[in-house]
Write a protein that binds this ligand. Structure first.
Ligand code: 2NL
Length: 344
């Protein structure tokens, strides 16, 4: 029996050696180690052996089985290595072929303009503050001196989410929150960029969603001349050193007095042309001295503190600087438009 097993081992190992591929090798395995193979048969016949023979034959059978399995495994590894080598040499890469071109992206023009404007105000000592787009009526309107049923609410037809929450119509609620957090202690010097929403018919110059930057400077002794100085500097930095501003009386419920700020026309230099509708001036933002009631409602003593505030549309600033003729370009994601702002 022992000799028979030894013979089987040599026979199987020679079959492994002469196998030409994985398939032949698998057949060898089945022939020698399979359920119907000779080794299994020997093991099955063990019951007929004497008590002395049994362990000896059992051990030998196991040894032989392991030896055959080891030969098969090493031949299997050899076939796999050969296959891999063949695959690698067939898949040679031609490093001289041109690569796939990957288009580099760039910030959206509105993001770029927001960052330009932020940089100017940060240089003037302002901090950038952000807040929620779904806002309480309380911060969006009431704290801005626009109580329920105030007729000026109609200027800002809004998207209500519930009775007392809405998509903010301006970023002033961020300023109200900041003032209240300051607990009556100035200075507060912030700008608040972000998306705002108003019910509006979309056309070349209107959008129901747009970007605004509002700003606020509250301290002791802040005067309208501070507002004027800040915007003279701002306009020169944003549009160019040859530009100037003028203030025109206006009305906002949250400021008193209020002023529209115009910049002289960059196309005609102030002589009058199609862009400035022959006036020589272009309206760019709304501003004013913070209404004493707004200061008071947000925790500041209007007898001690004063301040100026302003609001501007980012799209308008981008359109004026880069000669964009339709606000809808900003939202339609046409790369022919967007890719023109790679270097701004
Ligand atoms: C515009 C221009 C403006 C403000 C926004 C403001 C904020 C606080 C207090 C007072 Cl916390 N005012 N913001 C002021 C003037 C103009 O936006 O055209 N709005 C309809």
């Amino acid at each position: 029996m022992i000799d028979r097993l030894e013979e089987l081992k040599l026979e199987a190992q020679s079959a492994v050696t002469s196998s030409q591929d994985k398939k032949e090798l698998e057949q060898v395995r089945i022939n020698y180690l399979g359920k119907k193979g000779p080794i299994t048969e020997v093991l099955r016949g063990m019951g007929k052996l004497s008590a002395e023979e049994r362990p000896v034959v059992g051990q030998k059978a196991n040894e032989v089985r392991e030896a055959i399995q080891a030969s098969i495994d090493s031949k299997q590894a050899f076939f796999e290595e050969a296959e891999l080598q063949e695959k690698l040499s067939a898949e040679k890469i031609d490093v001289t072929l041109p690569g796939k071109k990957v288009e580099a992206g760039s910030p959206h023009p509105l993001t770029a303009v927001v960052e330009q404007i932020e940089d100017i105000f940060v240089g003037l000592g302002f901090e950038v503050t952000e807040g929620p787009e779904v806002e309480l009526d309380y911060y969006n309107f009431e704290m801005m001196n626009l109580p329920a049923d105030h007729p000026a609410r109609d200027m800002q037809d809004s998207f209500y989410v519930s009775e007392d929450t809405l998509l903010r119509t301006q970023t002033s609620p961020v300023q109200a929150r900041t003032l209240q957090a300051a607990k009556g202690e100035g200075p507060v010097r912030i700008i608040c960029p972000g998306k705002v929403y108003r019910r509006d018919e979309d056309d070349a110059t209107h959008s129901h969603q747009f970007m605004q930057i509002e700003g606020l400077y509250v301290d002791k002794h802040v005067r309208m001349s501070d507002l004027k100085g800040v915007f003279d500097t701002f306009v020169k930095e944003y549009f160019g050193s040859d530009r100037a501003i003028r203030l025109r009386p206006s009305y906002f419920p949250f400021t008193e007095p209020s002023a529209e700020i115009d910049v002289n026309c960059g196309v005609c230099g102030g002589d009058g042309c199609r862009v400035c509708k022959q006036s020589g001036w272009i309206e760019v933002l709304g501003s004013g001295m913070v209404h004493p009631r707004v200061l008071e409602m947000n925790g500041f003593d209007p007898d001690v503190y004063s301040g100026f505030a302003f609001g501007m549309g980012v799209e308008r600033f981008a359109m004026l600087k880069y000669g964009i003729d339709d606000i809808r370009h900003f939202y339609t994601n046409d790369t022919r438009f967007l890719s023109q702002f790679k270097h701004v």
